[in-house]
Design a protein. Structure first.
Ligand code: HAM
Length: 417
């Protein structure tokens, strides 16, 4: 074969795409119950938006962006995540005017030049929520609750959130200094990446995958002991709400998110059976981002989640069953000269039902087998002009005769029983 999908991308074929549709439709229903409306932003944005929004020193911006120049020499980037784009749209369209909190959802592809492996792709899909305009800890709890209950609604039960605080510009400079002071004596033993992180953002060292670095971090001071009063109270209120709703969580003071915009609450939900790439979703509060991107000071909070990983986790849980969507009716061309009347019959039935039929002149037996394989609820056998149609319900021992005029009503009546 000559062409292949580019490395790190994948085709979602019909054997899989029905699972994606189920995920997306449960996402829409759940988001509607929580009051989040859809936003669709462009696939590419000015590069500067992401550099500024996500942070120059993050892996995403420094190593992973698909950046290109258009024909006029403008630097554009395929979006690596949704939050910066949503904030850009929020500011551009003055969505923050008025008293309401703006609650938005999205379900769309993202692009990161990462080393592909199971659960990690260069084009991947995210569902996400962003709530802009409130610092109320109820919002943080709502977004975490949404994530847990959306996963549960799909069939992944017993997920708990890992919870931490990223602090705020009042408390993090002191904490960073404290961390540097504590880690300085062992700095030479850390990997090269951690030594760079030490200078730029020492909390990122917690994110290192190197087991030796993790050992060296044992006993390092916890951000949760270094929060300012406001961050501490806010964090306590988020936890109290989660307790009240009954959302399970564990505190993870070493959790560091890979994007720079976070303040206060940060969280992730993991599904351990996925292996190395087991973060189903991640998010948190980003109270400074709207202002950073040119808007009025607006507190905000959100979450995003990789759809490929979610589908993998649901497969692991057996949550889809074997039930690919089946046609209501399979139309069988019988012994007589009925191929052309089947075209007319299919057209009529398709006004009300999902109908499959044979296009290849196969034998009656083969067509029956095909109807069974597809899981069609009804089989209609057409034995040629003038003759009655035989309508049979698979596996129910129910069979009646019908005419071209009556067949749709006969099926509809049986369905309504
Ligand atoms: P993130 O942690 O970079 O956060 O990504 C969120 C989720 O997207 C991850 O937990 C993972 O499920 C999925 N994901 C990330 N990279 C890949 C990849 N290369 N292949 C497959 N799945 C991937 C964000 O993107 C933030 N925008 C979250 C947020 C929203 N914070 C506030 N609002």
């Amino acid at each position: 074969m000559k062409y292949k999908a580019p490395r790190g991308t994948q085709d979602v074929l019909p054997v899989e795409s029905w699972k994606w549709q189920r995920v997306e439709s449960v996402f829409r229903e759940t988001a509607a119950r929580f009051g989040y409306e859809e936003i669709r932003t462009p696939v590419f944005e000015e590069t500067e938006l992401f550099a500024r929004g996500i942070g120059d020193t993050t892996d995403i911006v420094s190593k992973e962006m698909y950046t290109f120049e258009d024909r006029k020499g403008r630097s554009l980037t395929l979006r690596p995540e949704g939050t910066a784009s949503v904030v850009r749209a929020f500011v551009q369209h003055g969505m923050g005017r008025g008293a309401r909190v703006t609650k938005l959802r999205y379900f769309c592809p993202m692009f990161r030049y990462e080393r592909p492996q199971a659960g990690r792709y260069r084009q991947f899909w995210q569902w996400g929520l962003e709530a802009l305009g409130s610092s109320n800890p109820a919002i943080d709890a709502e977004i975490i609750h949404f994530s847990v209950s959306f996963f549960a609604g799909l069939g992944i039960r017993n997920t708990g959130a890992k919870l931490n605080s990223a602090g705020c510009p009042t408390c993090t400079p002191d904490y960073n200094e404290l961390l540097r002071r504590e880690l300085a004596p062992k700095l030479g033993e850390f990997c090269q990446d951690c030594q760079t992180r030490y200078e730029r953002n020492p909390r990122r060292m917690f994110d290192c995958k190197n087991p030796h670095c993790q050992e060296l971090l044992d006993g390092a001071p916890s951000i949760l002991d270094a929060l300012c009063d406001e961050c501490r109270d806010h964090f306590a209120a988020v936890r109290a709400h989660l307790d009240a709703i009954g959302v399970p969580y564990t505190l993870d003071p070493k959790m560091a998110r890979g994007l720079d915009y976070y303040t206060k609450t940060i969280f992730e939900i993991h599904y351990e059976k996925l292996g190395a790439q087991n973060a189903l979703c991640g998010g948190g509060r980003y109270d400074g981002l709207v202002e950073e991107l040119g808007g009025a000071s607006t507190p905000a909070c959100g979450v995003s989640s990789g759809v490929e990983r979610l589908v993998m986790a649901l497969e692991e849980e057996g949550a889809f069953g074997e039930n690919a969507p089946a046609p209501d009716v399979y139309l069988v061309a019988g012994e007589g000269d009925c191929a052309s009347s089947n075209v007319e019959l299919a057209a009529r039935l398709r006004e009300r039902f999902a109908v499959e039929m044979d296009y290849q002149g196969r034998s009656l037996n083969k067509q029956m087998q095909e109807a069974g394989k597809l899981g069609a609820r009804f089989v209609v056998v057409n034995n040629g002009p003038g003759g009655p149609l035989r309508v049979r319900e698979s596996g129910a021992g129910w069979e009646v005769e019908a005419t071209l005029e009556s067949v749709a009503d006969v099926i509809a009546a049986r369905m309504a029983e």
